[in-house]
Write a protein that binds this ligand. Structure first.
Ligand SMILES: C[S@@+](CC[C@H](N)C(=O)[O-])C[C@H]1O[C@@H](n2cnc3c(N)ncnc32)[C@H](O)[C@@H]1O
Length: 216
């Protein structure tokens, strides 16, 4: 199936409420933490497309002395994030990437969970990672992979989100159709000049996710 773009920035109150309710204990995004090494050092960590920061209590235990700068273009999501995190060791920044005003060469670790599929132009993520990460910084990106077709997307949604609000189901359906394929992401990395290790995992029948880890 060809990619079908979804609404990029999550500014719809019903979508944001539903996303926050469903992911308040981490959601799928917490899976990124399985690829994070953790550290007791004081690192500068950036999160691109942080949303409601649903899995930050876990991130805080992985990086107990680090400082997070969490970027999102949705003021509603950032309001949720402020409540979730209590703003402990975290700065929330309203930024629509690509954003030339973000700091250059600044972060030791750059993470991004479930943002890539929402971007009309994937290069916004890869160029931002290159812009804000220090030379030698690690980056870890997590996302969904595109399903075969709309029927399969509904099958995944119905199987996995039975208790969720309808708006969340529709958003998840749209995300499964907007996501990239493994081959497309490999090509994106090549074009961006980024060397990375890629792993995929089938998390539900016919629904897979991708982990991309690399060093700048
Ligand atoms: C599906 S949410 C993921 C939230 C969180 N990272 C997680 O894993 O649960 C994607 C977020 O990316 C944000 N977003 C989409 N396009 C963006 C852009 N160009 N710049 C900044 N944020 C963007 C949306 O507003 C939304 O909050």
């Amino acid at each position: 199936m060809a990619r079908i773009l979804e609404v990029e920035v999550m500014n719809d109150p019903a979508s944001v409420d539903a996303y926050t309710a469903v992911t308040s204990t981490g959601g799928l995004g917490i899976k990124i933490s399985t690829k994070l090494a953790g550290s007791v050092e004081s690192l500068q960590i950036a999160d691109i497309g942080c949303g409601n920061c649903g899995y930050y209590s876990y991130l805080n235990t992985l990086y107990p002395n680090s400082f997070f700068t969490a970027y999102d273009a949705s003021s509603l999501m950032l309001e949720k994030a402020a409540k979730t995190t209590g703003l402990h060791r975290i700065k929330l920044v309203n930024s629509y990437i690509p954003d030339s005003t973000l700091p250059n060469n600044n972060f030791d670790l750059v993470i991004s969970s479930l943002l890539l599929h929402q971007l009309p132009d994937h290069s916004a993520l890869w160029q931002t990672i290159k812009q804000i990460g220090k030379t030698g910084a690690k980056f870890v990106v997590f996302d969904l992979l595109r399903v075969e077709d709309s029927n399969e997307a509904w099958a995944v949604v119905n199987e996995t989100t039975e208790q969720a609000p309808d708006v969340f189901k529709k958003d998840f359906f749209n995300s499964l159709r907007a996501a990239f394929t493994l081959e497309e992401i490999q090509q994106q990395l090549l074009e961006a000049g980024l060397v990375a290790t890629i792993e995929t995992q089938e998390i539900y029948p016919n629904c897979s996710v991708i982990y991309i880890t690399g060093t700048l």
